[in-house]
Design a protein around this ligand. Structure first.
Ligand code: NAP
Length: 289
């Protein structure tokens, strides 16, 4: 790593916890390859300390930062401007300094669709099924709308939360007119008909690696050649993707989304192209993939 001096510009990720974040690794490797005088730091900020942290970032002229749980929504009032993507997703994962104050966007949408865009598919004929209705599911919905999917099914385990999820899109006709929510039991009939099944739940994440949000008998209904996309990147592959591959599905894990959302953020901060392959490789080596 290059020498840190008084001129080194600061980037980082705020959240609680941030100690397991892979972002410092991939960003610092990219910065090193570009030979730039920047450093990206994990910055633990607890829930009650967000205002103080933002004031501190102002004071030390931080160039920009990523935001993770629990600040993705809470950060919004501190920003002078947000992109239209933030208005739709309702959460920010990337912030940078402008002349008028901090500006925020959400690069998870671009990160999510990047691996799908490498596939040769007619998205206007695909009605995806999304498992889960949390924060990541919102970015997934926007991404699938951007791809041109004509109908989107969101499946959850709690009717109240599903209703709130539906209501949150009501002011957006383009989305509300194509979005349908269902309880988990409906998967029996949704899975055989879909060509894209996306897991946005944390089920199957380390250390619960034997769990899958869709069990073997349900996964057996997935049509061969369908795409199974798990946002989880460790373990790799997840049980969900193992079961899908046994059905002849195309499997996409969450690593590429992680890399691509990070690359999109770094590009904003540095205002130049970034070495995506280096970022990807740094994570692959670290995760033993
Ligand atoms: P979140 O806001 O907490 O949402 C999680 C969703 O999963 C909720 O709808 C929750 O249902 C559902 N869920 C949790 N446990 C479940 C279970 N046992 N059975 C069925 N549904 C269950 O979390 P998030 O921020 O959306 O993140 C979700 C996952 O995506 C995490 O694994 C995260 O690491 C991953 N992710 C990956 C990337 C990437 O770059 N690869 C980016 C973002 C997120 P209830 O609402 O009913 O509790």
């Amino acid at each position: 790593m290059s020498l840190i001096t008084g001129t080194t510009k600061l980037l980082g990720v705020i959240g609680d916890p941030v100690k397991h974040s892979l972002s410092p690794l991939m960003h610092n490797r990219a910065i090193e390859e570009l030979g730039l005088d920047y450093i990206y730091l994990p910055l633990p900020v607890t829930q009650g300390n967000l205002a103080k942290a933002i004031a501190g970032f102002e004071a030390i002229s931080l160039v920009g930062f990523n935001i993770t749980i629990p600040h993705k929504q809470a950060i919004i009032p501190y920003l002078a401007e947000v992109t239209p993507t933030v208005h739709m997703v309702g959460a920010v994962n990337t912030v940078w300094r402008t002349e008028t104050g901090w500006k925020g966007t959400n690069t998870d949408v671009a990160g999510f669709i990047a691996p799908l865009q490498t596939l040769n598919q007619d998205w206007s004929k695909i009605a995806p099924v999304i498992l889960g209705n949390g924060g990541a599911a919102r970015a997934v919905v926007i991404g699938l709308v951007e791809l041109g999917c004509p109908q989107i099914h969101v499946v959850g385990r709690n009717q109240n939360k599903l209703d709130k999820f539906s209501q949150s899109w009501q002011s957006n006709f383009q989305i509300s007119s194509i979005l349908q929510t269902h309880l988990w039991e409906k998967l029996n009939t949704l899975i055989p008909d879909t060509k894209l099944l996306v897991n946005t739940t944390p089920v199957g994440m380390s250390p619960q690696i034997e769990n899958s949000p869709v069990d073997a008998s349900l996964m057996a209904k997935l049509s061969p050649g369908a795409i199974a996309y798990d946002l989880i990147y460790t373990p790799n592959p997840t049980k969900f993707l193992q079961l899908a591959k046994e059905q002849g599905a195309i499997a996409i894990d969450g690593l590429e989304m992680l890399v691509q959302q990070g690359a999109a953020a770094l590009k904003i901060w540095l205002n130049q192209p970034v070495p995506i392959e280096t970022m990807r490789e740094s994570l692959r080596v670290y995760l033993n993939l």
